[in-house]
Design a protein around this ligand. Sequence first.
Ligand code: THU
Length: 133
Amino acid sequence: MYDIKNLVQQAINARSKALPTYSNFHVGAALLTDDGKVYTGANIENSSYSLTICAERTAVFQAVLEGERKFTAIAIASDGEALCSPCGACRQVLSDLCGGNIDVIMANHKGEYKIFKLSELIPHSFGEEFLKP
Ligand code: THU
């Protein structure tokens, strides 16, 4: 078992890297690989709003660029009281790159959290198997 509280704390800390120029909503993510490495990410907003990228995707893209392919869990934390839930686009990206079995730890700024399997959050997901003839 991994250290859930530590991963949540790393997501909380990663919020300081965010660039939420328009929303002022800081989000941090901490992605744990199967061999125990942690990649963090934060949201980066853009004046062309739809080009904004969420914390979860910056973390997973960074990890993939470093050659990582096997993941155990991702913790996500925002500024609010609410436990931060990954958006639909991030669920799809996580499903493709991490698989439905990873733990998604939704946290708030106080370190309170709830854990779901990604497959619960994106059932019947699209994936590479649909692209085969
Ligand atoms: N955001 C994330 O980074 N992750 C989430 O799980 C939800 C939303 C960001 C995108 C945008 O910069 C801001 O939060 C407000 O939507």
